[in-house]
Design a protein around this ligand. Structure first.
Ligand code: SAM
Length: 273
């Protein structure tokens, strides 16, 4: 196994001061990074897409676990440090400089199944997450997603009906996947520490319920949660057929968006077609 200097030293040697504009908060604790890399299970010989490797703390942990990593990083300053890692783990790491929001991930991974691990700036992370969940092909090409989020966002992703965190993101995340809060990460684990606490969400694709058009489900949750304090008979007024669907599904139209379980949204979307 490659003998590497501590990541802190790599950062200092390459002058990688954290850029606020790029949302850079680095993880330096190799034990913690090892635990994060272990969340998806045994990665030996598996393909991994890592978005935003920065100086490569998580990348090292993935390489040590035996993964074949494609790392997409926007900040050109990080490339020499990542190239050093590629040399230390021959044939295991390819580095792509670019904006992960603009790349076709499936193509980047040669059409092969892959795991995603990432500690991203929060805005980019949420946008990519929604993209990975919204694909029309199901099961998707990705085998699992292991992503760092601001803790509140992580709680919204795994929230259950009847809680204030439950909303569109929960339904989108849960209707054809299993989403778990895998680890809470204290702000002090990062350099520099962000203002908020973080948590890692782990998602695995499940079977897509039969006959549910993703766009219909999206429209439905957008309308319902767009007016979450209102009764469904009011909030769903603008969705053609929704009030009849409520009746057919035996859902009381005086209920509010946050009381409907994911399965009830699925049933409504199926009825609407
Ligand atoms: N993975 C490293 C770690 O855990 O220490 C760095 C995490 S830092 C929070 C986020 C990284 O994502 C930065 O290196 C930043 O340059 C990179 N980044 C930000 N936006 C990006 C984008 N759109 N595409 C690719 N990388 C991006």
């Amino acid at each position: 196994m490659a003998d590497l200097p501590p990541i802190r030293e790599t950062i200092a040697r390459h002058g990688l001061s954290a850029s606020k504009a790029l949302g850079q908060n680095f993880l330096l604790d190799e034990q913690l990074l090892g635990r994060i890399a272990a969340i998806p299970g045994d990665l030996a010989g598996q393909r991994v897409l890592e978005v935003g490797p920065g100086p490569g703390g998580l990348t090292r942990a993935l390489l040590r676990a035996g993964a074949h990593v494609t790392a997409v990083e926007m900040d050109a300053r990080c490339l020499p440090a990542l190239e050093e890692l590629a040399d230390a783990f021959p044939g295991q790491l390819s580095v792509v400089q670019g904006d992960a929001m603009k790349l076709d991930h499936g193509q980047l991974m040669d059409g092969q199944p892959f795991h995603v691990l990432s500690n991203l700036p929060y805005n980019v992370g949420t946008a990519l997450f929604v993209g990975w969940l919204s694909g029309s092909d199901w099961p998707p090409q990705w085998l699992s997603l292991t992503l760092m989020f601001q803790r509140e966002v992580a709680e919204r992703i795994v929230a259950k009906a009847g809680t204030s965190a439950y909303g569109r993101l929960a339904v989108l995340a849960q209707w054809r996947t299993t989403a778990k809060l895998a680890m809470k990460v204290h702000r002090s684990a990062f350099t520099p520490p962000p203002k908020v606490m973080s948590a890692i969400v782990h998602v695995r694709p499940g079977a897509a319920p039969h006959g549910v058009p993703p766009r219909t489900l999206e429209r439905l949750t957008e309308a319902a949660f767009g007016q979450r304090r209102k009764m469904l008979r009011q909030s769903l007024k603008g969705v053609p057929g929704a009030l009849d669907a409520l009746k057919s599904a035996g859902i009381d139209e005086t209920r509010r968006a946050e009381t409907l379980r994911v399965e009830e949204y699925i049933e409504l979307a199926r009825l609407l077609g």
